[in-house]
Structures are given as C-alpha cells and as structure tokens.
Design a protein around this ligand. Structure first.
Ligand code: ZN
Length: 325
C-alpha cells in the first residue's frame, strides 16, 4: 500500500474493531506520507526532520482532529474552570482544518489530516468536512479512523476508500505478544478479549490489583464492605471492568461451560457459576455493563466499589432457582 503512495486516494477510512491498532496504522501511514527520505517500500525512515516532528506530533503539515476528551484542545471557560471536555469533534475544529488544507505545505510535500475517532464528528462537522473531501488540493490526504464506522454519514463514507483491518487470529496475536515481551500472552489476550494492543498494555500493577480483586470476591469469607476497604486503592474503572468480565464468564460458564476473560480462574468460575441462576447471572452482567458506562466520573470512587461489591454479594445470595439449567 505504501509502495504505491503516489496513487493513494486522498481520503481513506481505516476501519475495524477497537483495540487492534487502527490509529497506529493511520499514524504510520501519515508518517510515511510526510517522510522526506522514505525507504523503497515507502515506509517512513524514522531519521529525517519530518519523522522527528511526527514522533513529537508537531509536523507543520500534519493535523490531528480528535474530541477534546481524547486530548484535543481542552479550554478553560471565563472563570478559568476547565470546561467539560467534549466527546464530539465540533464544526469549528473542521473549519480550522479547511484553512490548513488551503494553505500551501510548509515542507513543499504532502499534507495529512488524521481524524480519530471519525464517528465523533457531529453532523455539522461531517458536513463541513465533506467540502474538503470533495476536491482537496493535490497531495493533501485525509485519514479517518473509525470502529463504529456505520455511524458516519453515507456521504462521508462514500468519499473515502476503505481500509479494513481485522482482528488477527489468536496464534498470530500470541506470537506478537511474545515478541513484545508479554509474560503470559494467552492469558493477556484472553483478558483483553482478543485485542492484542490492549493485551500488551497490562503491566505488573494491573495483574496484581486484578489478583487482589478476584481473590477478594472469590474468597469463602467474602464480605463486601471489608473487601471494599481492602480494595480502597483500586480505581473504579478497573473494578467495574473486572466485575464485567467476571460476570460475563459466570454467565458464559452457565450457558456454554466455558470462560472467556479469566481462564486462570476457571475452577473458581465453575464453582461460583454452579451456585447461580443463569438468568440472575445474565441480569447482573448487564447491570455491570451499564455501570461501566458511567464509571469515568463516579461521584465517590470508594462508594462506587463498595456498591459494586454489595450488589455482587446480593447475586451470590440468590440461589439457583432452577438447578437443572
Ligand atoms: Zn523520514
């Protein structure tokens, strides 16, 4: 793909599931387009001035459009308070891009606009972007990245050439994780739901806290309030994520006899699932998923974990109504 760079369409939509490296791919593509001494295959050299600016995200002919909440420009309001970061890419941001597109290139080479996640473009922003996508100046490239790409207006989708990235098969992913120095590739991959980039991010602290959390909720002496006290340093988002995976495994074990995320706790999952009613387990799992949606801003982190554990204790107290299931 990089080797035929000169014939690259001016608008690309990189799409595929979350956590498989779409942004990394798009960044590599942008770097290759801007590199001033690319290799024969067209990849960025990593040594020229352009490559240096790219690693610092400061290339004058490169723009990145992202929602404020993902590190786009956060602004303060008049009283100096931090404005609530938006999850959308607003139309003003796209207008700024229009100006960038019409300017001539600083380095007399390509100009690249990376938009991620493209589904964060609100309706007005998408419409403003359309004008740019229609007839950009030569050597101006738009690289859009999306996993919920169906949410993009059809007009935007149809103006882009689609690059579809898929989840690598498990063996390929495990080999890659092994080369990256991940200690237990199979477990990391399971914990990440098959997403290798996510699997690589788990560090020792992650595994230790996860162990503390699962040890607490699988202990025969599990007492929610004491467990919450012991887990007081645990981030609510992590606790909610583990509970979501754990309850998924309980329900899956009930329904199919297997576990997905926590293969290292297969015995405990089997023992717990045996005590549960399948419908109650599923209901609890759905509630845990809902909780994870609000977890980025809990009012009180400590109370959040406490409540989570109390509800789990409640599930454990409801016996299987229909042992035949
Ligand atoms: Zn270079």
């Amino acid at each position: 793909m990089l080797a035929r760079k000169e014939r690259l369409p001016h608008a690309l939509l990189v799409r595929g599931p979350e956590g498989i490296g779409k942004v990394g791919f798009a960044e590599a593509l942008a770097a290759a387009l801007l590199c001033e001494d690319p290799g024969r295959q067209g990849a960025a050299c990593g040594r020229c001035a352009a490559c240096g600016w790219m690693t610092q995200d400061s290339h004058p002919d490169f723009r990145r459009l992202a929602p404020e909440a993902l590190g786009g420009s956060g602004e303060n309001d008049e009283e100096g308070r931090e404005r609530k970061a938006s999850l959308q890419i607003p139309v003003d941001a796209v207008r700024g891009i229009s100006a960038f597109v019409t300017m001539s290139s600083h380095r007399s080479g390509a100009k690249v606009v990376l938009i991620h996640p493209a589904e964060a473009l609100n309706v007005n922003a998408a419409n403003a972007l359309l004008k740019n996508l229609e007839e950009p100046p030569p050597r101006t490239y738009f690289v859009l990245v999306a996993h919920r790409w169906h949410d993009l207006p059809a007009t935007v989708r149809s103006r882009c050439e689609h690059v579809v990235l898929g989840i690598p098969d498990a063996a390929t992913a495990r080999d890659w994780l092994e080369r990256e120095g991940v200690r237990d590739p199979a477990l990391s991959l399971a914990q990440a739901g098959g997403m290798p980039l996510l699997a690589r991010e788990f560090d020792d602290a992650y595994w230790q806290t996860r162990h503390d959390f699962l040890a607490a909720i699988t202990s025969p002496e599990f007492a929610p309030l004491e467990a919450a006290e012991r887990l007081r340093e645990c981030a609510p988002a992590l606790a909610a994520g583990w509970m979501q995976k754990w309850s998924f495994d309980l329900a899956l074990r009930k329904l199919t006899g297997r576990a997905r995320y926590n293969p290292d706790y297969a015995d405990q999952i089997a023992a717990t699932a045996a005590q549960l009613d399948a419908r109650e387990a599923l209901r609890f799992h759905r509630a845990a998923v809902q909780l994870q949606r609000i977890v980025s801003h809990p009012l009180n982190p400590r109370l959040f974990v406490e409540q989570l554990l109390l509800e789990y204790a409640g599930l454990l107290r409801r016996p299987a109504l229909d042992p035949a299931e």
